[in-house]
Each structure stands twice: as structure tokens, then as C-alpha cells.
Design a binder for this molecule. Structure first.
Ligand code: FES
Length: 223
């Protein structure tokens, strides 16, 4: 796997469509973290000093993120947090900001880190284009995976929180995670989620549960 090359400074972070009618604007904070990523794990970094590893892939775009955490076993504070990603500029900026947030002021406890939401990272970044929101969720999920890994390594399985997927529509084979990804990609209504997933087509009995999930994920990610 070739991980993301660090960006070259001097390039603009804004993107415009070819006809110039639509632009994605990135805040100065996003650009700063994209051009100068904090806590990046370089190829020759010593990964043996970390006691928790997290890894996550995005079903939305196929990109991947790995994180390494050093946790104080006594206080459960995050002393160091490093990362590598094969992802876009928004993933780089979000993960860079996440790494700052979990380690600043002597480090968050694992409980505080679990309470952090993707919106908190977005706020510190000054926002992201809506279509790039799923990129900021990547670091949140990798962080949670690393926290579980820490508890696994120290023999506390009761502290592991697993997000198992639930089959919502056995006919179209759509799970709650598929609906979550659709919402993160910008589908906010039953019609647009159905267009992406085919959920409930041929199985209308599941639609109330689908609508409930759409409301849940909209509230979770977009407030
Ligand atoms: S992480 Fe894949 S598009 Fe942003």
C-alpha cells in the first residue's frame, strides 16, 4: 500500500468545477493542516513504541487510514498520536487536526476521546465542503478502532465498543452501515438513500426503519 504523499506547499486548496460554476472552498485552517500535516507518521518512524493501532477503510471512496497511539496505561491519557493515510486532502486535514486535539493539554483520556464527535473536528477546521464530510469521519473511526485495540492489548475486553452492522433489508442486502455511508455521502432523504442503495425496493415493509435510520444519522453527523 502506498500511503498519501505529503502535499507540496504553494498550491491552492480550493477546487472549482471545469465550467467554473461550482467551487469547493477550504478554510485557511484546512489548507494549513493539508500543507503542513501535524503528527504524520513518516515511513522510517518507529512504530514499536506505540501501544495501540487503528485502521479503517472508507466504503465511500476506498481510501484508508492508519493511526498509532501511545497511551499512558495508568491515566489512560493519549500521549502521542501518529497517522498515515491513502486519502484526500480533507482526510489529511481532519486527521491532522484530530491528532492535535487528542494530544493537546497533556492529552485526552480515552473516555474523552470517545466522546469527541466528527463535528468537533469540523468546527476546529472551520468546516469542510459537505461532500467531503465522510473524509472527516475516517479519523473518528480509526481513533475508536485504536482505543479498542488498546483495551484488547491490556486485557479489558469489557471496555471494547464494537459497532456491529445490522441487516436492514435482506432482499437488497443493505445494512445500517450502508445507510450511514449514504447519508455521509450527502443522501438526506429516503428517495436519495434509495437511489444509492436500492433499500426497500421490493421490500417496502423496511421503509419505516430506513427513515428512522436516516433521521438518526443526520442528527449524529449534521446536528
Ligand atoms: S478520504 Fe477518500 S475522498 Fe476523502
Amino acid at each position: 500500500m502506498n500511503y498519501q504523499q505529503l502535499p507540496q506547499s504553494g498550491k491552492t486548496g480550493d477546487v472549482s468545477s471545469k465550467d467554473g460554476t461550482k467551487s469547493w472552498f477550504y478554510s485557511d485552517i484546512v489548507k494549513d493542516h493539508f500543507f503542513h500535516p501535524r503528527n504524520f507518521m513518516h515511513e522510517d518512524g518507529d512504530t514499536s513504541i506505540y501501544n495501540a493501532i487503528g485502521k479503517v477503510g472508507s466504503p465511500a471512496c476506498g481510501d484508508e487510514l492508519r493511526v498509532w497511539m501511545k497511551v499512558d496505561p495508568k491515566t489512560e491519557c493519549i500521549l502521542d498520536f501518529r497517522w498515515q493515510t491513502f486519502g484526500c486532502g480533507s482526510a489529511i486535514a481532519s486527521t491532522s487536526m484530530c491528532s492535535v486535539m487528542v494530544t493537546e493539554n497533556d492529552g485526552m483520556t480515552l473516555e474523552e476521546a470517545r466522546a469527541m464527535k466528527p463535528q468537533d473536528i469540523m468546527e476546529r477546521l472551520g468546516g469542510l465542503p459537505a461532500r467531503k464530510f465522510h473524509c472527516s469521519v475516517l479519523c473518528d473511526k480509526a481513533l475508536r478502532d485504536a482505543i479498542n485495540d488498546f483495551y484488547r492489548r491490556i486485557g479489558k475486553p469489557e471496555k471494547i465498543i464494537k459497532e456491529a452492522s445490522r441487516m436492514i433489508d435482506p432482499i437488497s442486502k443493505v445494512t445500517d452501515h450502508d445507510i450511514e455511508e449514504a447519508v455521509l455521502e450527502g443522501a438526506q432523504t429516503l428517495e436519495t438513500v434509495q437511489a444509492k442503495t436500492k433499500v426497500g425496493i421490493g421490500n417496502p415493509g423496511v421503509l419505516p426503519a430506513v427513515e428512522e435510520l436516516i433521521r438518526f444519522y443526520r442528527e449524529k453527523y449534521f446536528g
